[in-house]
Design a protein around this ligand. Structure first.
Ligand code: GDP
Length: 532
């Protein structure tokens, strides 16, 4: 193909793609909505096979022994499906006990997020935390108010809560008619049509029942008293809430809001319609050379945001998840791993079709490919078709949980350190070595990370280790003027450590200690993320 037609093809593929992830509090309905989204993407005939965590079934992506014992998914799998004329990539984010730093990092590798909120509960803590992460890149957010088949809170109050707590404006796109036993459907404010809800359609794509126009007398026939109530509500909503504004949405300042029930498979398609219409196509990405790389640039580039070990128990390899930023991946192509300067030939990258691993022939910006490796790839690594820039924006996040790690056999200290440093380079956990003691502190965002690390230390490094509790509230990476940092280092030595990459880190016993340190040393930056 000529350069011009390759460029055209890439542009065409880029325009089609939407890469997003779901943020939600546990039990808000992320798994259920994922199933329905895939149903609409025609990927599974009958929704309900993504993850059987509660029924004890194991979905295809469950791979590690430990996962199987627990019936949870440690993996962040990637699902690609067509919807209308778009091609959607959904990056699954570990949520329950498997919540981890990977959840955060995945959010920095997508172009938009879907926020799922339980309509009876409103905004919950995990959602607040995840929203903070999306703010690092001002990622556009689409909102789905779920569980309308139950009695939910007053919809206007829910929107107020999102605006107050999450500091994002809400623009309702659909508006619910009743809830719980009285859930009748939604009115689509932009299309001026009412879509009626039918129960018992959770596992199929329904024949939709639509009434055009809010003043249509058919609405009164079908909805009775609810029709008048809807008209009054819509008048109120039009006056009291924000209109949808695409610019504000793309800036991460306003979220379009959809109402529905994932379980009843109602409203999910309205949300998907909004996603493919408004959510951004694969976005440019900043580099250390200052200039962003655009997705329609023909030269291949991408970055690694997640590494997963032992996906296939028969092969003890690791798979690095690479998000393509520009150009085109072709089977057998050569790429440069910028950190090592080495060229690697990639003949067997993987794509992810709802948990199945399949080999890809070609892939485009916005797509995720899996690269096999034996510990040579690190989180944040950039791959290019030859250039030497590195992408920025795939950070480490300050851990929220800390433990001291101790050996059962003290002679294996060296292996332990080696294992921990390698595992920290893969993003499995973070390791901190205090300046004035021989302790090893590990830090994580989710508890399961601790178990994974002990398991992997044992199986991959033959090291038996255990944890002890330790009094640490949070960690911050320390930087600033060299003299000031030296002064701080002398004064606060007891609470300073080096992380896996030898970066100076303040290990705060309490949040109050952190505030005091920040007050006392205004010239020092205490950062809660660190770029690779
Ligand atoms: P996740 O933890 O966010 O992945 O949530 P799940 O999708 O596993 O859902 C948690 C529970 O809520 C499950 O029992 C679901 O069946 C239920 N659920 C999800 N969506 C709905 C809904 O729209 N209506 C009702 N009534 N239950 C729902």
């Amino acid at each position: 193909m000529s350069d011009v037609s390759v460029a055209k093809q890439i542009k065409h593929e880029v325009d089609k793609r939407r890469t997003f992830a779901i943020i939600s509090h546990p039990d808000a309905g992320k798994t259920t909505i994922t199933e329905k989204v895939l149903l609409h993407g025609q990927q599974i005939q009958k929704a309900g096979t993504v993850k059987g965590k509660k029924s004890g079934q194991h979905a295809k992506s469950d791979w590690m022994e430990m996962e199987q014992e627990r019936g949870i998914s440690v993996t962040t799998s990637v699902m690609q499906f067509p919807y209308h004329s778009s091609l959607v990539n959904l990056l699954d984010t570990p949520g329950h006990e498997d919540f981890s730093e990977d959840t955060y990092r995945t959010l920095t590798a997508v172009d938009s997020c879907l926020m799922v909120i339980d309509g009876a509960k409103g905004v919950e803590d995990r959602t607040i935390k995840l929203m903070e992460v999306t703010r690092l890149r001002d990622t556009p957010i689409i909102t789905f108010m779920n569980k309308l088949d139950r009695d939910i809170r007053d919809p206007l109050e829910l929107l107020d809560e999102v605006e107050d707590v999450l500091k994002i404006m809400c623009a309702p796109i659909t508006w619910p008619i009743g809830s719980g036993k009285n859930f009748k459907g939604v009115y689509h404010l932009l299309r001026d049509e009412t879509i009626l809800y039918k129960t018992g359609q959770g596992h199929t794509i329904q024949n939709i029942d639509v009434i055009k126009g809010i003043d249509n007398p058919e609405l009164d026939e079908r909805l009775g008293v609810w029709a008048e109530e809807l008209r009054e509500q819509i008048e109120l909503v039009n006056g009291a809430s924000n209109a949808f504004d695409k610019e504000l949405f793309l800036a991460g300042e306003l979220t379009p809001v959809f109402f529905g029930t994932a379980l009843g498979n109602f409203g999910v398609d309205h949300m998907l319609d909004g996603l493919v219409e408004w959510a951004p196509k694969p976005q440019p990405r900043e580099t250390d050379e200052g200039e962003a790389v655009a997705s329609d640039n023909s030269d291949f580039s991408g970055f690694v945001f997640k590494i997963q070990a032992n996906m296939d128990p028969r092969h003890r390899d690791r798979v690095a998840f690479l998000r393509i930023v520009s150009g085109k991946y072709e089977k057998g192509m050569k790429m440069k791993q910028v950190r090592t300067g080495k060229d690697v030939r990639i003949s067997d990258a993987l794509t992810f079709l709802a948990g199945d691993r399949a080999h890809v022939e070609e892939a485009y910006p916005g797509d995720i490919i899996g690269l096999h490796n034996h510990g040579t790839i690190q989180i944040g690594d950039t791959f290019t078709s030859g250039s030497d820039f590195k992408f920025s924006g795939i950070p480490n996040f300050a851990p929220e949980l800390f433990r001291r790690i101790r050996l059962k056999d003290p002679l294996k200290q060296k292996q332990l350190l080696k294992g921990l440093v390698q595992l920290s380079e893969e993003g499995a956990v973070q390791v901190f070595r205090p300046l004035i003691s021989n302790d090893l502190i590990v830090g994580a965002v989710g508890v399961l990370q601790f178990d994974v690390v002990v398991h992997r230390l044992k199986t991959e490094y033959k090291v038996d280790a255990m944890y002890e509790n330790i009094n640490v509230a949070t960690a911050r990476w320390v930087s600033g003027d060299e003299r000031k940092v030296d002064e701080f280092r002398r004064k606060a030595e007891a609470n300073l450590a080096l992380d896996g990459g030898d970066n100076l880190t303040y290990i705060a016993p309490t949040m109050v200690n952190l505030s005091l340190a920040e007050e006392r040393y205004p010239d020092i930056t205490f950062s809660h993320t660190r770029e690779h």
